[in-house]
Design a protein around this ligand. Structure first.
Ligand code: PLP
Length: 414
C-alpha cells in the first residue's frame, strides 16, 4: 500500500513516526495492537459522534446484517434515513444517497453544471471537498486566479474550470463574479472550514456568497460533510441561517459506515437520473448496513434534545483548558470551536484563511503531537485537521487530556 495506508494522512509521515495499528475501539477510547490505549479525538475523522461501537448501533447492525448486506433494490431503510435527514435539514427537499463525501460533492457539481448549463465553479483555497479531479485545485493566495491542478493527473482542461480564491475574502468573490459571473455554475464552500485546521467564516462571508450567487444565477453548495450534525444539529446552515441550493453531507450521516448524501432544491434535484438527465448511480448506494448505522446515530442525536448543547459544553471545557495551559507557558495558540469540532494553531495571529494556517509553527505542533501521543492522547497528525469530541468522552477523559496538554505545552515553550 502506498505509504502503508489506504488514505494518506493516516501514515503519520507529517510527524515522522509510525502510526499505531488499531485493534479495536470502544466509546471514547481506541486501542492498538501493541496494547496501548488512547483517548481518541480523531473519531475516524468525524463520523463517530456517539463514540465507537455504540451498543445501539452495533446491535442494529448485527440484526440487519443477518438479513443480507445489499440488495441493489429499494428498501424502507433508505426512506427512513432520508426522512430523518430532511427533517433536520429543511433546505433538502429531495435527497440522493451515495457512498462517500467525494461522491456527494462530485455529483453536486455535475448537477449544478447540468442545471445551470454553465461550466465554471468557484472554490476556496484550503477547503477540501474530496478528491474528484475538478476539486483538487487550488490557486495559491492573493487575487483570483484560474486554477492550476494541485495533483499530477488532473488535466489543465479540468483545472481551468475551477476558480480558487482565499477563504473569507469577500472582495475576491465579488471580483470573480464581476469578471465572469455569467459563466459560474456554482460556488462550493465548507461553511465552517475544517480541512485547513478549523477556520470559521467571518461575519458576512456566507451571506455574501448567498447574495451574489442569487444575483448571478449560480448555485450555492454547502459542503457540510464534516460540519453537518456537528457545529449544530442542522449544520452551518442552521447556525448562520443561510439556505444553500444544494447541501453535501457525509461522515456522521453514515455513523461510521460508508454513506454520504447530496440534496437540496426540488427543481434542481429532479434533474438527477432517472427523473432528469444528469447521470449518477451506485451499486452499494443506500445499502442496508450504512442506512442502519446512519439511522441509529442520527436517532441518538435527535432523541436527546440536549445532545448538541452537552457535547458543545464539553468541547468548550476542553478548549478553555487547552488555552489556559498554553498561556501558562506563554505559548501562543489560536483556538477555535464550532459545536463538537475544535482545534488550534500555533500562531500569534488570528487564522482566517489557508495562508494564515500555513504560517503556523509546524515544529511546535510536532512536539505537541508527539508528547500527547506518548501520554495516550490520539490526535490527528497535522495542525490542518480538526479534532472531534464524542458524546462518549467523559469528564475524566477531558481532565486527563488537559493535564497531558500541560506537559506537552511545556515542551513547546520558547
Ligand atoms: C471528508 C470530507 C469530504 C470527503 O469525504 P470522503 O467520504 O472522505 O470522500 C468532503 N468534504 C468535506 C468538507 C470533508 O470533510
Amino acid at each position: 500500500m502506498p505509504g502503508g495506508v489506504n488514505s494518506p494522512v493516516r501514515s503519520f509521515s507529517n510527524v515522522d513516526c509510525n502510526p499505531p495499528f488499531i485493534s479495536h475501539a470502544a466509546g471514547s477510547h481506541i486501542f492498538d495492537i501493541d496494547g496501548n490505549e488512547y483517548i481518541d479525538y480523531v473519531g475516524s475523522w468525524g463520523p463517530m459522534i456517539v463514540g465507537h461501537a455504540h451498543p445501539r448501533v452495533v446491535k442494529a447492525l448485527q440484526e440487519v446484517a443477518a438479513k443480507g448486506t445489499s440488495y441493489g433494490a429499494p428498501t424502507g431503510l433508505e426512506s427512513k434515513l432520508a426522512k430523518l435527514v430532511m427533517k433536520i435539514y429543511p433546505s433538502i427537499e429531495v435527497i440522493r444517497m451515495v457512498n462517500s463525501g467525494t461522491e456527494a460533492t462530485m455529483s453536486a457539481l455535475r448537477l449544478a453544471r447540468g442545471f445551470t448549463k454553465r461550466e465554471k465553479i468557484v472554490k476556496f483555497v484550503g477547503c477540501y471537498h474530496g478528491h474528484s479531479d475538478g476539486l483538487l485545485v487550488s490557486a495559491g493566495s492573493g487575487l483570483a486566479t484560474f486554477g492550476v491542478p494541485s495533483s499530477p493527473g488532473v488535466t489543465q482542461g479540468t483545472a481551468k474550470d475551477t476558480i480558487a480564491i482565499p477563504y473569507n475574502d469577500t472582495a475576491a468573490v465579488e471580483k470573480v463574479f464581476a469578471e465572469c459571473g455569467e459563466e459560474i455554475a456554482a460556488v462550493i464552500v465548507e461553511p465552517i472550514a475544517g480541512n485547513m485546521g478549523l477556520v470559521l467564516p467571518v461575519e458576512g462571508f456566507l451571506q455574501t456568497l448567498r447574495d451574489i450567487t442569487i444575483k448571478y444565477g449560480a448555485l450555492l453548495i454547502f459542503d457540510e460533510v464534516m460540519c453537518g450534525f456537528r457545529c449544530a444539529l442542522g449544520g452551518a446552515q442552521e447556525l448562520y441561517n443561510i439556505k444553500p441550493d444544494l447541501t453535501c453531507l457525509g461522515k456522521i450521516i453514515g455513523g461510521g459506515l460508508p454513506c454520504a448524501a447530496y440534496g437540496g432544491r426540488e427543481d434542481i434535484m429532479r434533474q438527477i437520473s432517472p427523473d432528469g438527465k444528469v447521470y449518477q448511480a451506485g451499486t452499494l448506494s443506500g445499502n442496508p448496513l450504512a442506512m442502519t448505522a446512519g439511522i441509529e446515530t442520527l436517532s441518538i442525536l435527535i432523541e436527546d434534545a440536549d445532545f448538541t448543547n452537552k457535547i458543545t459544553a464539553k468541547t468548550s471545557r476542553l478548549v478553555e483548558g487547552l488555552k489556559s495551559k498554553a498561556a501558562m507557558f506563554n505559548v501562543n495558540i489560536q483556538a477555535q470551536q464550532a459545536g463538537s469540532m475544535f482545534g488550534f494553531f500555533f500562531s500569534d495571529k488570528p487564522v482566517n484563511n489557508y495562508d494564515d494556517a500555513a504560517a503556523a509553527d509546524q515544529m511546535k505542533f510536532k512536539t505537541y503531537f508527539t508528547a500527547m501521543l506518548e501520554q495516550g492522547i490520539y490526535l490527528a497528525p497535522s495542525q490542518f485537521e480538526t479534532s472531534f469530541m464524542s458524546s462518549a468522552h467523559s469528564d475524566k477523559d477531558i481532565d486527563k487530556t488537559i493535564t497531558a496538554a500541560e506537559n506537552a505545552f511545556k515542551l513547546c515553550a520558547d
